[in-house]
Design a protein around this ligand. Sequence first.
Ligand code: SAM
Length: 281
Amino acid sequence: MSVTPVTDLRPLREVIQRHGLSANKALGQNFLFDQQLLARIARVPGDLHEAEVLEVGPGPGGLTRALLSAGARVTAIERDRRCIPALEELGAAFPGRLRVIEGDALEIDARAMFDGRPHIASNLPYNVGTALFVGWLSADWEPWWQSLTLMFQREVADRIIAPTDGDAYGRLAVLAQWRSTARIAMPVHRSAFTPPPKIMSAVVHVVPSTAPEGVSMRTLERLTAAAFGQRRKMLRQSLKGVEGALAAAETVGIDPTRRAETVSVKEFVALARVLDEGRPA
Ligand code: SAM
């Protein structure tokens, strides 16, 4: 297969100028132009030669060109209509390898667009990114995707990978670490973006666990919402409102005077299992 190297493409800044793509704050647009950084992000999922990739929020296509140049077949969902002609122009340089879809990734059923399991890569506004991330982890298991390579604000990245017992440990960590292995692949300085946001970012790489313990997502969510909703309180107080939770804690040997942030992911899952088992099928 011959792949157009990024160096043969028009510089991104020129594409942006020609298509009048000034960054729109309301759409959370902070663009990346550094080709080397973009190539490094595109390497995070591993070898993408002939791999299917879903990219959400391609904007003017900086990461898109890096993914295409790595040999991927890319389906890109972008909400900002102004970016579509620039993306189509990029598609013309990679015939048959870029599918551009105009729309809101929160509304579109991306899963239905793939026969196999795509990698997902994205540099999204943070609120949209977190909502999609939670949705991708919460869906039926095995997931329909192979890996996630996602840009988050550093603080959110830290919450995803947080170990038990720290301030960053909470619902997001329990959900992510129950169903996947997540790591920070690289920190990204705010100055890498145009315009630069106020905060630092990080690329998080997530690989699904093949067989996370099969407890009900709803039960786990109810437990973590209650426990972390009053994270400074002892479990005997914070779990009061979840029927059967304190009895379940006793069954699995969790001291009710502990606080939520000391309860490991494994312990939350064990609690959820006991609650699930106590429930009529
Ligand atoms: N990926 C490009 C880059 O790295 O330079 C653009 C990143 S910019 C932070 C986020 C992009 O996501 C913007 O182009 C924005 O229009 C798009 N976007 C925002 N919300 C979206 C949504 N709900 N669905 C699809 N795209 C969205």
